[in-house]
Write a protein that binds this ligand. Structure first.
Ligand code: 5AD
Ligand code: SF4
Length: 481
């Protein structure tokens, strides 16, 4: 594997290297820790800030597991922690801006607590510019490591403590899978399960294929063993994760695909299965029929479309047309009646015209989305779109964005109103954050649902709720005995 090592023994990222897709064989590495590091954290505390996608949340659970296995305990207050990690996101510029802000706060804290170790990990360090800036302008940051290097966390901490050197390890082309690392899961009933890593799609706006590496699928035996274990521990819901989750298995070359995996997972007895995020192009008939046949697979799909215009889809390198996307939606609705469909949309792609944006607006209606994450295009250095002409002004993009929001909000309301008078099954998360005396959870269609109760023993159980009121972002109902 190619490494970019400088004279201070730092392993530095290279976006050019990260772009390459060589014919590597994926190795599965079994996590282990040598005796030298086994008690590094005894008597010390840690805190992990997590930004960005669910993939990062799952990665933070692994890092917490690794830290606790070497003696660290979780700090109640991040500013009191002996070790603070920032697990970062690079997908849009505003995600990065927040990190520079948090670093500013931590700098002050470190002045009074010089032994505190500060580490940055996740997607941001994979970008050359970000890592350069961290090294040059943030001398109080002790650890910088990338998405492929978290298995080395104990070694990097050791280096920071005992050699007092900045530990920088950001591999760009690694293609391994880490198995067997301990995890501290945040929730006792709902769990993340990575089924694949990386992305080979190279949508022209997106930094992820560079920060997360090539597509590599976990062995189905390892996934099923993890799910079986979760069932034994009483977990009710899992969310299968992957940057391009339904490309599962393509790299394994054994004809076992995402749909087959859903069927095998269904047999484990887990009650609820969700997944994120699928690519429309890879949503094949086998996956759709598996979704329809497997009782555990929930009738909701987050199905990123990005744009409703063929020219824009083409320059985004999405590899489908509006018509092909709508056909997949039709098939999903035919096979899974009542399915709830949500999406991701980008507004103001370089060169997008108002007419092209109007196609996205009409698609929101036509597809019947019941929710969408909407984003104004954010330039990511190193991606092809960063070099494209972008004549539309920011204020115009914001106008389009507001128009889109209105269309999307109508869909949210339609998506909850259709359940008024119906009984829905809700996996109870806990007390409602906004209303005392209410509990809340998510229905099968992924609608936040509140109901009157203060019975904490319901947490983690699936209850029946009769919906009596629908709002855009949630539903309210009564427990059904
Ligand atoms: N600008 C704006 N949105 C982006 N996304 C990915 N890259 C960018 C970018 N450069 C959005 C896409 C993707 C979601 C996770 O983030 O909509 O589906
Ligand atoms: Fe980015 Fe496209 Fe891959 Fe999604 S499919 S992670 S948008 S490159």
């Amino acid at each position: 594997m190619a490494k970019c090592v400088n004279k201070e023994n730092m392993v530095l990222p290279s976006l050019k290297e990260a772009r390459l897709r060589r014919n590597f064989k994926t190795e599965t590495i079994k996590y282990s820790v040598i005796d030298k590091y086994a008690h590094l954290g005894d008597g010390k505390t840690y805190y992990i800030y997590t930004y960005g996608c669910q993939g990062n949340e799952a990665d933070s659970e692994i890092m917490a597991g690794i830290l606790e296995s070497i003696g660290y305990k979780k700090a109640m207050d991040p500013l009191d922690a002996d070790l603070v990690l920032l697990n970062t996101c690079a997908v849009r510029e505003n995600a990065e801006q927040r990190i520079w802000g948090v670093l500013g706060q931590l700098k002050g804290r470190k002045r009074n607590h010089p032994d505190m170790i500060i580490g940055i990990c996740g997607c941001m360090p994979q970008e050359e510019n970000a890592t350069q800036k961290l090294i040059e302008s943030y001398p109080f940051v002790d650890l910088i490591f990338g998405t492929h290097n978290r298995g080395n966390l104990p070694k990097l901490i050791y280096q920071a403590y005992f050699t007092k050197e900045k530990a920088v390890e950001v591999l760009s082309t690694e293609g391994n899978i880490l198995e067997g690392a301990p995890k501290v899961r945040d929730n006792k009933y709902k769990a993340w399960v990575h089924i694949m890593y990386g992305c080979d799609e190279f949508c022209t706006y997106c930094i992820v294929p560079y920060t997360r590496g090539r597509e590599r699928s976990r062995a189905k035996e390892d996934i099923l063993a993890e799910v079986n274990e979760l069932v034994k521990e009483g977990y009710k819901e899992i969310t299968l994760l992957g940057q391009n989750v339904n490309a599962y298995g393509k790299d394994l070359g054994n004809d076992y695909t995402f749909g087959d995996l859903l069927r095998d997972i269904d047999k484990t007895g887990i009650e609820r299965v969700r997944f994120t995020s699928p690519h429309p192009r890879d949503m094949d008939e086998n996956a759709i029929s598996a979704m329809a046949e497997c009782k555990s697979v929930m009738p909701h799909i987050h199905f990123p479309v990005q744009s409703g215009n063929d020219r824009v889809l083409k320059i985004m390198n999405r590899k489908y047309t509006r018509e092909e996307y709508l056909y997949k939606i039709k098939r999903l609705k035919e096979e899974i009646p009542g399915i709830s469909i949500t999406t991701d949309i980008i507004v103001g792609y370089p060169g997008e015209t108002k007419e092209e944006f109007n196609d996205t607006l009409s698609l929101v209606e036509e597809a019947g989305f019941e929710g969408a994450f909407t984003f104004i295009y954010s330039k990511r250095e190193g991606t092809p779109a960063a070099k494209m002409e972008d004549p539309i002004s920011d204020s115009e993009k914001h106008e389009w964005f507001d128009e889109l929001k209105k269309a999307v909000d109508k869909g949210y309301l339609r998506g909850t109103e259709r359940f008024v008078g119906e009984v829905v099954e809700v996996l109870v998360d806990g007390e409602s954050k906004s209303d005392l005396g209410m509990m809340s959870g998510y229905s099968k269609h992924n609608k936040l649902t509140h109901f009157k109760s203060n019975d904490k023993s319901l947490i983690g159980k699936i209850v029946k709720v009769k919906v009596k009121e629908a709002k855009s972002w949630f539903m309210i109902g009564d427990l059904v005995e």
